[in-house]
Structures are given as C-alpha cells and as structure tokens.
Design a protein around this ligand. Structure first.
Ligand SMILES: Nc1ncnc2c1ncn2[C@@H]1O[C@H](COP(=O)(O)OP(=O)(O)OP(=O)(O)O)[C@@H](O)[C@H]1O
Ligand SMILES: [Mg+2]
Length: 601
C-alpha cells in the first residue's frame, strides 16, 4: 500500500482535532509552564553559585559575606515558592494532555461509527468485518499515541530544547555553536529510521487486522470448527498470523530502538565534547583564570546543554512514536473521510404511503461482473400478493434486495407509485417496507427488544400481539425470563424455527405497507408452519406482499406467481395458468413444492 507522507498525516489529524483548539492551547500552555518552571530552577543556579562563591571565599567584608548568606536564603525561598507552582503546572500538563487525548480517541471512534453506518450493504460485503473492527479498536488505540505525542511528548521535548538552548546561549553562545554540529548527525539517521517505523507500523496494523478477522471468524464459526474438528488447524493458522504480526512489530521496534540509540550516542557524545571544550577554554585563559567566576556559568551552560539534550531525547522518542501511530490515523481517517456509498439524491422525495404498488421495468443487475438478474419486468399492485419461485441461485433474494435498495439496479428501474426508488428518501422507503430476510438475524438482546426492532416505540401489549400472530408468544412466556430472555449471539440460544418466528413478529409489528417475505417459513415444522401461514395470510390480505417461498399453499393463494430461472423471468401468472403452460414452473411444482409429478415428462 502506498505510504502517505507524515506531514500529510499530521495535517489531517490536526484538522480533525481543530474543534478542540481551546483545550489544546491550554494543554500546550501548561506544558510550556511546566518546562519554564524547570528552567527557572536551573536559572537559580547562577545566583546560587555566585552567592555561594562569595560565602566560600569570604570575599569582601564580613557584612558582605553575611549578605551572600542572605542571598542564598532568598534563593532557597524562591525555590520553595516555585514548588507548589510546579506541582500545579505538572498536574495540569498531564491532566490536560490526557484529556485532549481521550477526547480525540472518543471522537475518532464516534466518527468511524457515524461514517460506517450509512455505507451500502456491498461496502460491508467487500470488506472484512475483522478489518473494520480492528480499525475501530486496535488502530484507534494506536492513534492515541499520535495525540499523546502531538500534544504531550513532542511539545514537551521542544519546550525543553528551546529552554535548554536559551539558557546555554545566555551563558556561552560560542560553546553553543559547537553543539549545533550535532544537529545533522541526529536528523539524518532519524529521518531514515522514521520511514521504516512508519512502514512496519502500517504493516503491523494490517497483520493485526488479519488476526482480529481470524478471531471473529473463529468465534462466529465455532460450531463448524467443532463439527469438523478443525480446532488444531485454526489454532495453527492463528499462530502463523500472530507470528507474522510479531515479525513486523519487531522490525518497527528495532528501528525505534536504533533511533533512541542514535540520539543517546550523539547527545552524550556532544555533552562530553562540551565538557572537553569547556576545559580547553579554561586552560587557554591560563593560570590567571578566576576559576570560581567561570565555574558558575560553565555549570549552567552544561546544565542548559543537558536540558537541550533531554528535550531532543523526548522529542525523538515522541517523534518515533508518532511515526508508529501515523499509519493508524491514516487507516482511521480513510474510513471517516469517505463518502457514504448510498446517499439520497438531492431531489429525493419522501414516500408517505404506497398508493399504487411496485413496478420492475426491464431491470438488470449483477453484484460484480456477472449478471444475476436480466431484463426483469413485472408489476405488483397495491394489496396484491406476488409469489416468486425459482431454483436456488435463480436471483429471488436479489430481486427483493433491489426493492429495499440494498443495491442499485444496473439498468432499468424499480419504481414505487411510479417514483424510482433511487429518488425516494431511504428513510421513507424503508419505513414503507417490512422484510423478513432469508437469514434471520437476532441481536443478543432481549426477545422483546428484538421484536421491537420493527418499531421502537411499540408498547409491550403490541409486542405480545405481534408475537401471538407469529405463533411464538406461548414459547416466549414458557421461558423463565419470558420476553426479557436474551437471544444469544446471532440468536444462538434459540432454535432456527423460533428465530424465524421472532423475525416474523418483528415484521408484523412494523405494520408496513409492503411486506417482503424471503423464505420466511423455511425452518418451521408442519404445525407451526400452518399456524404461521395463517398469521401471514391475515397479514398479507391487507398488504402489498412479495413472498419468496416453496410452500405450495402460499403459492396457490398468491394473486400472481413469478417464475425466475437464471435471473430471467420465464413465466408469470396464476398457479393454474402456469401449470397449463408447463416448463420451469411444472418442474418446480413437481420437485420443489411437493406437487404431483409432471405427467408425460
Ligand atoms: N452479496 C452477493 N455478492 C455477490 N454475489 C451474490 C451475492 N448474493 C448473491 N449472489 C449471487 O447471485 C445469485 C443469485 O442469488 P440469490 O441469493 O438472489 O438467489 P436465490 O434465488 O435467493 O437463491 P436461494 O433460493 O438459494 O435463496 C447467486 O448466483 C449468488 O451466487
Ligand atoms: Mg434467496
């Protein structure tokens, strides 16, 4: 994957953080104040050494040396007064740095969720949920490093550097120039190492996403793993991916270690050099040198240099952690900054109710390159029931998905009341539809909550009424926790048929104009099937219904039957008409719906 420049990455993060500018400004202020306090202690060294020198040498009259002792005391009092200020400044620095970091981490997670939810179904189908999960957990965790460095370590380091250089320059600017030679010796290797840290940081995150994906698949597929005794194979695979993850991380860690080593080597070397040059400077002045007068400034100079060194060290450490975290923010911002793939057209209209019905006009559609539906045209008038039949893979569920606009048609149009679904606001479109999908999905919440997913404001009585209609009420109340019982992940604590009936109750509760049932009765036993069929028949009577089913009775009761074969509509009519026509419907009738075998062929 192409690597983004670091500046671009940092600029994007700063744009994101912009709204908290006041908090950030306060954080930087507290950081500077804390460093200034530290520098003030260092600066107190100079009068301290001077005064101490006078006391030591007993220079001048006794009164003066007494004065010097007084000065020492004053300096001590200054230092004492600084103590609470420093305490407050350091507290504020750390607290505000933490606050700004957490604020942004929470913002990032919210922003990801907000950016992901409006994406189309195919967006999620084309991605691995583990990768998305990894970005929202692992990557955001890593991005925390960007914030804590950007608003913590790096300004801290810079402020120490500035203070150190200032103190050193004020005491001996000539010596400072010597130290400046160190700059390129640090910058060049660090620049090279930073690129490596970024690269391996990104690759590490990708491996971590693989790992998360593997884990989420392992847990959701645990039944299959157990059934096929694949525990060892899965564990092996997990360990392999984990090892590759470690490989990338170790390369990154090595580059980070090297950059810390480089700064220690160069920094310490130059501190030593400063001492040597200082000694040489003193020696050059010869025996006349007033050692006591020179020593104070020299000590402060070295202290300043040390400060600068500490600053650079903090800076480089922060910088290298920043390099590690930038790929994470890149991957997160990639998600946040993308446009939703399904958006209402600017001239989209709301559909308050369905007056006439649905029409497909020469609709063709394919998920990828392969066409799944070809030239499908039919009408579903208000109040009528249309049954869609066809073999597995014929495109029945796809047809339904186009009505709900889970996908957009390739060519042709799907219209409701003559309005193209692409011009109806998604919200009002989905409000008009109640869908029981082929794969029922229940959330790991209470049964009541799952039914109420159809209509959030429904009362308990309404929920129960819907459950009764779906023939699931008796089962629910037979449970110790009744409607409050949890469904388990994906509804794992319920049988397939129970899940199905809860999904039906959910659709019944929604009470929408158009009802879409995709194999809603599969997975039911004969008895509940007839009960649910009855419930659905009641429901369908008042509604515009599209039902995909193999259930002969439901098919026969439909006003019209559509026969799909390989994505084409190969027959349309009532049961009697289609039987008379023969062809695909007759074959289906014989082998799928349990009708009598076709005579003659
Ligand atoms: N999300 C998808 N991405 C890519 N291809 C898909 C997707 N969903 C279905 N297909 C393909 O589209 C074709 C039609 O699938 P569809 O689910 O509409 O069949 P169906 O008639 O509902 O079958 P069944 O009776 O088995 O449910 C199949 O060949 C399938 O492989
Ligand atoms: Mg299907």
């Amino acid at each position: 994957m192409a690597e983004r420049g670091q500046w671009q990455g940092i600029a994007r993060i700063l744009r994101f953080a912009k709204r908290h500018w006041l908090l950030i400004a306060m954080t930087l202020g507290a950081t500077a104040a804390a460093t200034a306090g530290d520098a003030a202690y260092l600066a107190l060294m100079l009068p301290f050494v001077n005064a101490a020198r006078k006391v030591w040498h007993g220079e001048g009259p006794v009164a003066q040396s007494g004065l010097a002792v007084g000065q020492l005391k004053t300096i001590g009092l200054y230092a004492l007064a600084l103590a609470p200020v420093m305490g407050a400044a350091f507290f504020l620095r750390d607290y505000l740095q933490g606050r700004v970091t957490w604020r942004l981490v929470v913002d990032l997670r919210n922003a990801i969720c907000r950016a992901l939810m409006p994406q189309s179904l195919s967006y999620f189908e084309d991605r691995r949920s583990g990768d998305l999960m990894s970005r929202i957990t692992n990557d955001v965790g890593r991005a925390q490093g960007v914030f804590s460095q950007l608003f913590g370590g790096i300004p801290e380091g810079l402020s120490y550097l500035v203070m150190g250089v200032t103190v050193a320059a004020l005491t001996n600017w000539k010596l400072l120039i010597v130290s400046a030679v160190a700059v390129p010796l640090v910058v060049l290797p660090i620049g090279y190492l930073s690129r490596r840290i970024r690269r391996f940081g990104r690759q590490g995150l990708e491996k971590l996403a693989d790992l998360t994906d593997l884990m989420s698949q392992m847990f959701s597929g645990i039944r299959v793993i157990k059934a096929f005794k694949m525990e060892d194979a899965e564990t092996q695979e997990f360990e392999n991916v984990n090892r590759r993850y470690m490989g990338k991380m170790m390369k990154m860690v090595a580059a980070q270690g090297l950059s810390v080593g480089t700064i220690e080597f160069v920094g310490r070397g130059f501190l030593a050099l400063g001492i040597i040059v200082g000694a040489w400077y003193l020696a050059r002045k010869g025996p006349t040198v007033d050692l006591a007068a020179e020593l104070g400034p020299l000590a402060v100079f070295i202290g300043g240099n040390y400060f600068a060194f500490v600053g650079v060290r903090k800076f480089i450490k922060g910088y290298s952690q920043l390099q590690e975290s930038i790929p994470a923010t890149d991957r997160i911002l990639e998600l946040i900054e993308q446009e939703p793939s399904l958006r209402d057209a600017p001239d989209a209209v709301a559909l308050p109710r369905v007056e006439r019905g649905i029409a497909f006009d020469r609709v063709s559609f394919g998920y990828d390159d392969e066409t799944v539906l070809r030239d499908v045209s039919f009408q579903l008038r208000k109040g009528a029931t249309v049954a869609v039949v066809g073999r597995s893979g014929a495109g029945k569920s796809t047809l339904v998905a186009l009505i709900a606009r889970f996908y957009d048609v390739g060519s042709g149009s799907v219209t409701i009341d003559g309005v193209d679904v692409r011009r109806i606001t998604r919200e009002s479109l989905l409000d008009r539809l109640a869908i029981v999908t082929q794969q029922t999905f229940l959330f790991n919440r209470s049964i009541a909550d799952n039914i109420r997913y159809g209509r959030r404001d429904a009362t308990q009585a309404e929920v129960e009424q819907a459950a009764r209609a779906a023939n699931i009420h008796d089962f629910i109340v037979s449970q110790p926790e009744g409607y409050d019982a949890l469904c388990g992940e994906y509804g794992a604590k319920l049988s397939g048929g129970q899940r199905q009936r809860i999904a039906i109750a959910r659709a019944i509760l929604k009470n929408a104009d158009i009802l879409i049932l995709d194999e809603a009765m599969a997975g039911l036993d004969a008895e509940s099937e007839s009960l649910v069929r009855e419930a659905l028949a009641n429901l369908m009577r008042a509604r515009t219904t599209l039902v995909i089913t193999h259930d002969l009775l439901t098919i026969q009761n439909a006003d019209r039957i559509l026969v799909l074969r390989d994505g084409r509509l190969v027959g349309q009519g009532t049961h009697a008409e289609l039987i008379a026509q023969g062809g695909e419907y007759r074959t289906l009738y014989a082998f799928e719906f349990g009708g009598s075998p076709p005579d003659g062929k």
